[in-house]
Design a protein around this ligand. Structure first.
Ligand code: PMP
Length: 437
């Protein structure tokens, strides 16, 4: 097997990067703090593969953290982007690709009206402002372990107790900013009922990941999302389903179509990002028309962006979504199922205790747990240290995994038999390394 153990060019760039950027990175998890070692600087990607600045090749299971649904450098996406770039990069006016992308989103998802922004963080931040503006209420509910971007009010951690009024989890967020954030355990209906019992008439919205993917993959229990929507409705609060990760990935719309019977309920607002930008900064929030029309310029709730609906980003997103047809999702689902089987076989053979959890084609492994993980406390109880040697054994064998045990593994429609064979070859030794950790 090809070994990848030498990274002098990555090391050199990382040394330089640390001189000019905090931690040498522009987003913390990229720094490999959780797994140790030198972050790999990638130079190019093609299909399921990445090539680093030292010329090493890897099968990519990060997919830029979700956007690369079709794999890297899809020729039709590149051609559309090149053509769009030739016409200019930003106008600060309305442009046709924005309309086409909005129509595509409205056509695929339960939203009636959508506004484009540039990041998932912006989408959730704006959705929450809109919910507060629409309801005239201040409190928001979120779940421990659900990540919605680095929005101040959402960077609140759960403490003990059923209903926890949020405490900021990072310096720089004043306590009063999270004081209106109620943090509850995921999948816990009783906690949701208790919170709405106590604060129902003050709650503007509840936001949840459509399926939790940021504490590892923790699917909602059957009917949970519908229960949340109904509870919100009963109390006059809005239900925001964050589909930044799941949207256009787990089905052609997102997780909503997987939530059992979609008839009879839909989120009031949804947020999207990742896939819909095709690797460029594009995201969106949308939903009920009456709610969306509270936004400026129609309504009083302000929200704006210099590069919102950028013609290059919207062209890349639109082209990606148009290529993401039934056949592409079938390939993706199949590659994910095969990969999950390979991982389970290798971990079983090595005698590792684990829970492999999935939500549609998204999945992750919890190490050293022998029952399903249903919430953040369960996720944190895993033996995360087993991931470090596993990660490095896979990396050395040319497989690029997320550099943290708490992340989803992202497969693409370009993960073909060659990519899966590379992973299959790498897994047994990595599984043994995890077992011995
Ligand atoms: N919501 C969810 C569910 C996410 O997974 C993420 C990013 N991982 C975000 C919001 C934030 O998106 P961004 O990083 O584009 O700001």
């Amino acid at each position: 097997m090809e070994r990848v153990t030498s990274h002098p060019a990555s090391q050199g760039l990382f040394d330089r990067a640390r001189q000019v950027s905090p931690g040498g990175v522009n987003s913390p998890v990229r720094a490999f703090r959780a797994v140790g070692g030198t972050p790999i600087f990638m130079r190019s990607g093609s299909g399921a593969w990445l090539t680093d600045v030292d010329g090493n090749r890897y099968v990519d299971l990060v997919g830029s953290w979700g956007p690369m649904l079709l794999g890297h450098a899809h020729p039709e996406v590149l051609a559309a982007v090149a053509e769009a770039v030739g016409r200019g990069t930003s106008f600060g006016t309305p442009s046709e690709p924005e309309v086409l992308l909005a129509e595509e989103i409205v056509g695929r998802t339960p939203v009636e009206s959508v506004r484009l922004v540039s990041s998932g963080t912006e989408a959730t931040m704006s959705a929450i402002r809109l919910a507060r503006g629409f309801t005239g209420r201040d409190k928001i509910v979120k779940f421990a372990g659900c990540y919605h971007g680095h929005v101040d009010a959402l960077l609140a951690e759960a403490g003990s107790g059923v209903v926890t009024l949020g405490l900021p989890e990072t310096p720089g967020v004043p306590a009063h900013v999270t004081a209106d954030t109620i943090v509850l355990p995921y999948n816990d209906r009783a906690a949701v009922e208790a919170a709405f019992e106590q604060y129902g008439d003050q709650i503007a919205c509840l936001i949840t990941e459509a399926a939790a993917g940021n504490m590892g993959v923790v699917p909602p229990e059957p009917g949970f999302n519908r229960f949340l929507a109904e509870t919100c409705r009963k109390h006059g609060a809005l239900f925001i389903s964050d589909e930044v990760m799941t949207g256009f990935r787990v089905t052609r719309s997102g997780h909503w179509g997987l939530d059992g019977e979609p008839e009879g309920w839909r989120p009031d607002l949804l947020t999207f990002g990742k896939v819909m930008g095709g690797g460029f900064p594009a995201a969106a929030f949308g939903g009920r028309r009456d709610v969306m029309e509270q936004l400026a310029p129609v309504g009083p709730v302000y929200q704006a962006g210099t590069l919102s609906g950028n013609p290059i980003a919207t062209t890349a997103g639109l082209t990606t979504l148009r290529l993401a047809d039934t056949e592409a999702y079938a390939r993706l689902d199949d590659a994910s199922a095969q990969l999950q089987r390979l991982v389970a076989e290798a971990l079983d053979a090595a005698g590792v205790t684990y829970a492999l959890q999935s939500a549609g084609n998204m999945f992750s492994v919890f190490w050293g747990v022998d029952k399903p993980v249903t919430d953040f406390a369960g996720a944190q109880a895993q033996e995360a240290w087993r991931y470090r040697p596993f990660f490095h054994a896979m990396l050395d064998a040319g497989v690029y995994l997320p550099p943290s045990a708490y992340e989803c593994w992202f497969v693409s429609a370009a993960h073909d038999s060659e990519a899966l064979s590379r992973i299959a070859e790498a897994l047994p030794a990595a599984a043994r390394a995890a077992a011995q950790a």
